[in-house]
Design a protein around this ligand. Structure first.
Ligand SMILES: [Zn+2]
Length: 256
């Protein structure tokens, strides 16, 4: 006898049906509550203690299937001395640096219920950003990388910092393009916008995602409030789970 025919026929089928109904309900509820929309967020930023820095930012946003995708397109203009091998290696380093720093940090929560991941995508080969790439590295022989002038040996955090400017963010170190209004901090070395040193690695805070949150808030046709929430790090998740296990074991022991 075939082992899978042992169960009475009705049970397996009703389970599948129940699962289908649950999945459909879930899909419809999600679609009902979270609309899909897309567009661009662009503007001009003035920064610096004497408002001496000006730049334009622009990025695409798309909310679909419960995920918010934020996309930036960059075209590189390479110094002629840079080889194809160097270009490919640098593009990989920068892409990893950008997605590693930005993805999985914050999510949006709608109606206190639906968690919307924010996924950052960088596409090398399209407008609106043209970045000139020179030999050397940021900080070497007085070289200074800016949003549109990078160096071939720039490490991933440098690209991730400049990517922040492409999202419209200020610097958070005193000589940089800081927020002239003082609303955002002028000095925070723990922030990616304040430092690109890897030790300890700088992080991102809720303030760095506010522009994205505000855009979604103002474009949501249902007009609901959206909140930012820091995604727990895998380590905290493991700690939380192990704490839960310890409590569970302790409770069992108490019951004995
Ligand atoms: Zn900067």
């Amino acid at each position: 006898m075939r082992p899978w025919s042992k169960a009475p026929p009705g049970i397996a089928q009703s389970r599948v049906l129940l699962l289908l109904i649950l999945l459909l309900c879930g899909t419809f509820t999600l679609a009902d509550t979270i609309p899909s929309f897309s567009g661009t967020n662009s503007g001009t930023v003035t920064g610096g203690s004497a408002s001496q820095f000006h730049w334009e930012y622009g990025y695409g946003l798309s909310l679909a299937n419960g995920v918010l995708t934020v996309g930036v397109d960059i075209v590189f203009e390479w110094d002629p001395s840079i080889t194809d091998t160097q270009k490919e290696a640098a593009k990989q380093t920068w892409k990893n640096g950008i997605t590693g720093a930005w993805n999985g940090m914050y999510e949006l929560i709608k109606d206190d219920t639906y968690h919307i991941p924010i996924i950052f995508v960088v596409n090398f080969g399209g407008d609106p950003y043209t970045v000139h790439v020179s030999p050397g590295a940021h900080g070497q022989a007085g070289a200074k990388t800016t949003m549109t002038n990078w160096h071939i040996e720039d490490w991933g955090l440098v690209a991730a910092h400049e990517f922040g400017h492409m999202l419209g963010l200020y610097d958070e170190y005193t000589t940089g393009a800081i927020d002239p209004s003082g609303h955002f901090p002028a000095y925070d070395p723990s922030s990616l916008m304040g430092s690109v040193d890897g030790f300890p690695p700088p992080t991102l805070y809720e303030r760095h995602f506010l522009g994205i949150r505000d855009w979604v808030d103002s474009h949501d046709p249902t007009g609901e409030d959206w909140e930012l929430h820091r995604v727990p790090e895998p380590v905290s998740l493991v700690l939380f789970a192990s704490g839960f296990c310890v409590v569970a074991v302790a409770r069992r022991r108490l019951k004995r």
